[in-house]
Ligand binder design. Structure first.
Ligand code: ADP
Length: 323
């Protein structure tokens, strides 16, 4: 078995909320991410995906738990050590326009991570010029400003900036969600080519299950601050075991033309300030939610072949696919 590149241990991120309960955005997540893989992270809006991503990169304060990168607990690093660690772990944001400084040239934007690490200015320019064609831009783009580019090109700039320091691990947080459908595939293909070429490891966050199906080796499904299912992409799509995963998947068409029974969830999403005791999905579950067992929190249990599910009644796949 490989050694994981990133190990997340019982991570919690609670946002203080004045006098009320804190927002439990991430509430006890444990995950391993292996070298060279793409781990897809899916779940409905507000379930804690971005917070988890930022906490892994130490871009926000965690309440409890550990994140190990290459065996090293990043929460124990000094500011200087963390600065060095930043070379290894980078992020590509959803909205390339909001995340690029409009007053800086492409060369300055992509060069900033290198400048922060003390790379001489001339060398930075040369390295940026080498990077631009790798992300599908031209060397001559180096002195232009973000507003002179299309959305897709701006995301290419964001990707180049993430690559500039030579990272091993990249979190892509909804990297194509703000782009036109017509250019999403180009950006996804670019990320995949770069992964092959540079041996990168990705945590790919999206609410779009067709994207995650295309890019991921494994998929983690998040519901109200917790991982409720984790398996290979093939297993998640062929035999999802958690009713929440089944509901998410039921919304997308199958490639073989057969139809899934659409599962419409009733009831509103509980607040992460006051999640229901026991199973977090209990209040919306269409399965056996009323069983007393569901008042006990189900652990993420191994059910074989690297498939994990947090449900007392992991449903056999037979019941899932309707012919
Ligand atoms: P997702 O990426 O899955 O949409 P987020 O991680 O953005 O989810 O948000 C998870 C929960 O944490 C949501 O309820 C959101 O409102 C809350 N949240 C996110 N950021 C903050 C913050 N800075 N302060 C307080 N609450 C936050």
């Amino acid at each position: 078995m490989y050694t994981p590149l990133v190990e997340i241990e019982d991570l919690k991120v609670y946002y203080p909320n004045g006098k009320n309960n804190p927002v439990r955005a991430v509430d006890g997540v444990s995950l391993d991410i292996y070298p060279g893989e793409t781990l897809g992270l899916v779940g409905e809006s507000g379930c804690g995906k971005s917070t988890l991503a930022r906490a892994i990169l130490r871009l926000c304060e965690s309440t409890a738990g550990e994140v190990l990168f290459d065996g090293e607990n990043i929460f124990n690093l000094s500011p200087q050590e963390m600065k060095d660690m930043r070379r290894e772990m980078q992020i590509v944001f959803q909205d390339p326009y909001a995340s690029l400084n409009p007053r800086r040239t492409v060369g300055q934007i992509i060069g900033l991570p290198m400048a922060l690490q003390g790379v001489p200015r001339k060398e930075i320019r040369e390295r940026v010029q080498t990077l631009l064609p790798k992300v599908g831009l031209q060397e001559t783009h180096i002195d232009r400003y973000p507003h002179q580019f299309s959305g897709g090109q701006r995301q290419r700039i964001g990707i180049a900036r993430a690559l500039a320091a030579g990272p091993r691990f990249i979190v892509a947080d909804e990297p194509v969600s703000s782009l036109d459908v017509s250019i999403r595939a180009q950006i996804i293909n670019l990320l995949q080519e770069l992964q092959q070429e540079m041996g990168l490891t990705y945590l790919f966050i999206t609410h779009d299950l067709s994207v995650v199906n295309y890019v991921s080796d494994r998929i983690a499904v998040m519901c109200l601050g917790k991982i409720v299912e984790l398996a290979s992409t093939t297993a998640i799509f062929a035999s999802p075991r958690h009713p929440y995963t089944q509901a998410l998947l039921s919304a997308i068409p199958r490639l073989d033309g057969r139809h899934r029974r659409r599962i419409i969830l009733r009831g509103s999403v509980p607040s992460p300030m006051d999640p229901p005791p026991g199973c977090r999905f209990r209040t919306r579950c269409f399965h056996r939610a009323k069983d007393d067992a569901c008042l006990e929190e189900p652990p993420l249990m191994a059910i074989g072949d690297g498939h994990y599910v947090a449900c007392h009644y992991a449903v056999p796949s037979r019941q899932w696919i309707s012919a």
